[in-house]
Design a binder for this molecule. Structure first.
Ligand SMILES: C[S@@+](CC[C@H](N)C(=O)[O-])C[C@H]1O[C@@H](n2cnc3c(N)ncnc32)[C@H](O)[C@@H]1O
Length: 552
């Protein structure tokens, strides 16, 4: 039970926890029972940490009142050289601090991205997928054993995966913008810089006139990776601009039409391939009496012990996510019976040991931040985002993450998020259908202009040229040019035109709405699959990523 989890849960404690199955409601169950014993009902607006603390399983050895701990954010902790004590923070801040703190964050010190070095795999020389696995394992073994290693499809299938992405982007660019606009690409989280390299090499080789008009910018949070990307791209593509910044701190405006790439992390364990979205999430739970949401905090006492507590909703970001969900009609993560029949909830709540709060639900608040940043700072962007749509070995909860680390060359997953900051990777699956709805809803709202852009950050708005209709005879796209427009009628498939923003042709036709595609659909359309076929006909570039999706 995770309230019992010792605070300084190290890798090794976590390993021992593996064999236990957590009861998600454990904290609430015992607290509810204790409350009933005392004959006390909670005040209507009482915060929920009281419910959740159990006198039977109080993990804190210090008896401190965690409600009095200082509230901090991941930004506040950036200058800390060691994980903080006697603080509380929202779950997204805890995750961000654990992963990205410049001094002890997991990404800052632990993670390396698998790199085939200069030798792309010769797929046609490999017999079958078992031999392909063996080749990957052999090269993988060359890395330091205690480091977490990402396997990304970009790296595993380079340059063919990157070329598929390039083909997709250039098809869209030729169709809509060439020759009236530059080809502007932003990539967040560029890892080793391999995707950028493969895209630009491909453009230079196959579309030299497009290459000459390409402007490629990387936005990267990790200083190590920024160095790596600059080093890798400097000689071949000196025009690439690598900006060391988190996308969440982005504050300049790109008025030109642009493509925005968010190609997440992929991670292989022995056999499985995992893909991860490390954008931090928050946790909410619903009061089963009132269905009011409560927001989760993680508390860390003076001895470094972890705990969780829930308070009434007052965080604006969590609030807007829940509002959006309500507006879109996405259901609460509570059974239909409980949602629709208060009597059923009341009956349940009267059972001995019944939980007072619903299961933890992890909500993608940072993803919401990203979508707003896109709307506000990249008003004419087209997003290409790929990620994992489900994961195994997640911790308990709804939309819960995998929390894992590598111990002596073996991936170890654990059952709680309350783990030592910096030692574990924490990554979430993405519900692509919900993401698409949220994305389209956000783009349909008017852009807010939160920032007075400094002079230096203003890129002049191009004057829309209404006299240059897009040439109907765009050629050079033999592969998949119509793929994304074939399913729906144009009227259903278009966003409302952005205020004052015209297409390259000068017509306010609006942008095409995004759609969700399976990994295989995307690659069958844009990749040269013959390059990754094994001798027995298997194609690992398709087969390895069955539970990955694209939003485009
Ligand atoms: C695994 S890598 C992506 C790999 C790369 N896209 C590929 O396909 O090989 C995840 C990347 O996202 C970066 N990242 C994570 N959060 C970020 C943020 N908020 N802003 C910018 N970069 C971020 C990480 O530093 C890392 O480079």
């Amino acid at each position: 039970m995770w309230l019992m989890l010792p605070a300084r849960s190290s890798i090794f404690r976590c390993t021992t926890l593996l064999c236990r199955r957590t009861a998600p409601f454990s904290t609430s169950i015992f607290a509810a029972a204790a409350r009933r014993q005392k004959g006390r009902q909670p005040e209507e607006h009482e915060d929920k940490w009281n419910y959740n603390r159990s006198s039977l399983f109080n993990s804190s050895s210090t008896n401190e009142d965690s409600t009095k701990f200082k509230l901090v954010t991941a930004n506040d902790l950036e200058r800390f050289t060691h994980p903080p004590r006697s603080v509380k923070m929202l779950v997204r801040d805890f995750i961000e601090d654990s992963l990205y703190n410049p001094n002890y964050g997991y990404f800052s010190k632990q993670a390396t991205i698998f790199d085939w070095d200069k030798r792309p795999v010769e797929f046609s020389a490999i017999r079958d997928s078992a031999e392909f696995d063996a080749v990957v394992t052999e090269r993988y073994a060359a890395y330091e054993v205690e480091k977490q290693l990402w396997h990304t499809p970009t790296e595993l299938f380079k340059p063919w995966y990157g070329e598929a992405i390039a083909q997709c982007l250039v098809s869209e660019y030729l169709l809509k913008y060439f020759p009236y606009e530059d080809f502007v690409i932003y990539e967040i989280g560029a890892g080793n810089g391999t995707l950028a390299m493969n895209i630009l090499d491909f453009l230079r080789r196959h579309y030299p006139s497009v290459y000459d008009r390409t402007r490629y910018t990387i936005i990267e949070i990790s200083e190590n990776l920024v160095q790596k990307q600059r080093q890798k791209l400097r000689r071949s593509h000196p025009g690439v601009n690598v900006i060391h910044k988190s996308i969440f701190h982005w504050d300049s405006r790109e008025p030109a039409p642009c493509f925005f790439l968010a190609m997440e992390v992929v991670n292989t364990t022995e056999k499985a391939v995992l893909k991860q979205d490390n954008f931090a999430h928050d946790v909410v739970r619903y009061d089963l009496d009132t269905l009011q949401p409560y927001q989760g905090y993680i508390t860390i006492d003076s001895e470094g012990e972890f705990d969780t507590m829930y308070t009434q909703l007052d965080d604006p970001l969590i609030g807007s996510f829940l509002d959006l969900r309500q507006k879109l009609g996405h259901p609460l993560p509570i059974s239909r019976l409980f949602r629709n029949f208060p009597m059923a909830r009341r009956l349940y709540r009267n059972l001995p040991f019944a939980a007072n709060l619903s299961k933890e639900e992890y909500i993608p608040t940072r993803l919401l931040n990203l979508l707003r940043t896109l709307r506000n700072h990249f008003p004419r962007h087209r997003l290409l985002l790929s990620d994992f749509c489900s994961l195994s070995n997640t911790i308990p909860g709804v939309n819960a993450p995998v929390v894992q680390t590598r111990v002596q060359n073996t991936m170890v997953a654990c059952e709680t998020i309350l783990v030592h900051q910096g030692a574990f990777d924490i990554f979430f699956p993405t519900n692509f259908e919900h993401l698409r709805d949220i994305y389209e809803c956000i783009l349909s709202q008017p852009s807010t202009q939160p920032t007075q852009y400094p002079e230096s950050q203003l890129i002049p708005d191009p004057i829309p040229d209404r006299s240059t209709p897009l040439a109907p005879s765009v050629n050079s796209i033999t592969l998949g040019a119509n793929f994304f427009s074939s399913h729906q009628s144009p009227s259903l498939n278009r966003r409302n035109p952005l205020d004052g923003v015209f297409s390259a042709s000068g017509l306010p036709v609006g942008e095409r709405m995004s759609s969700v595609f399976k990994h295989s659909e995307f690659l069958e359309t844009y990749a040269d699959l013959s390059r990754t076929v094994l001798r027995n006909g298997e194609n690992p570039m398709l087969d390895f990523y069955k539970n990955v999706k694209f939003l485009f």
